[in-house]
Design a protein around this ligand. Structure first.
Ligand SMILES: C[S@@+](CC[C@H](N)C(=O)[O-])C[C@H]1O[C@@H](n2cnc3c(N)ncnc32)[C@H](O)[C@@H]1O
Length: 247
């Protein structure tokens, strides 16, 4: 197993988030049909997929390229009694070939950055019915002039990170309307994501005490935690909720 897999396997979420943030974002989506058709892009182990299935009673197609995450999602969905509502699809977000206008809602927590915020919004819109909704969470600068240590770190690790203003502009340019959203609370980074990850880093430091490459990877992960501890006022995850214009 790679060090990356060991760092991430079995963690409750693979990005900042929480059940309450998922439900808050869902609350900004208005007028869904009963049993909506939902596409969850980059679903990971599916904490949000299960919440969406429970809250909407809908049918969810959950897409990811890591089969072990899809297997974790299947286990969670079975435990939650919503397995019949979920179909997992092992494919890349770049290669999705669903029918045009086939979903009422597209969801993606912490994953649109892989395609790029602008490119993902533009490419995924074809799958939405007229009047359908899209909700994504995205790492975002919260201040115009972030501290240099944070700016340098994220320039290396996510050079495409935009500000809220820039991302709202991108949403409008991609043709969406009714834009709304919120910044994820700081505890949504720690409770389900960084704290379990910190515990995992400590375990793996012992296991890989003699492996210089593995220790460097663990050090970089810790650095990300420390950076957020110091600079969480400067950047955060923002949920962006928007609508494909009705016909
Ligand atoms: C940061 S994680 C977020 C996972 C989940 N949404 C969550 O919040 O826990 C990003 C996810 O995107 C998946 N991913 C990476 N590249 C992908 C691709 N090209 N197509 C689809 N999913 C991809 C990863 O396997 C991972 O599960």
């Amino acid at each position: 197993m790679s060090i990356f897999s060991e760092l991430t396997e079995g963690l409750p979420r693979q990005a900042p988030g929480s059940a309450s943030a998922t439900l808050r974002a869902l609350g900004l989506v208005r007028g869904l049909p009963t049993r909506p058709r939902i596409l969850d892009v980059g679903c990971g182990p599916g904490a949000q997929t299960v919440e969406l299935a429970r809250a909407t009673g809908g049918w969810i197609v959950a897409v990811d390229i890591r089969q072990r995450f899809l297997d974790e999602l299947t286990e969670r969905a079975a435990a939650a009694g919503i397995l019949p509502q979920v179909t997992t699809v092992n494919t890349s977000m770049f290669e999705m070939d669903f029918a045009d206008a086939s979903f009422d809602l597209i969801w993606s927590e912490g994953a649109i950055y892989i395609q790029g915020f602008a490119a993902g919004l533009a490419a995924w819109r074809q799958f939405l019915k007229p009047g359908g909704w899209l909700a994504v969470s995205e790492l975002t600068w919260l201040v115009p002039d972030p501290p240099s240590e944070a700016a340098e770190y994220w320039a290396r690790n996510y050079p495409g990170m935009g500000s809220i203003e820039r991302n709202c502009q991108i949403v409008a340019e991609a043709g969406y309307v009714s834009m709304d959203g919120f910044v994820l609370p700081v505890q949504d980074w720690w409770n389900n994501y960084y704290q379990p990850s910190e515990r995992r880093v400590e375990e793996l430091r012992e296991k890989y005490a003699d492996d210089r490459d593995a220790l460097a990877t663990l050090e970089e992960t810790s650095r990300e935690h420390d950076l957020f501890r110091a600079y969480h006022d400067a950047y955060g995850y923002v949920f962006y909720v928007m609508r494909n214009p009705p016909a």
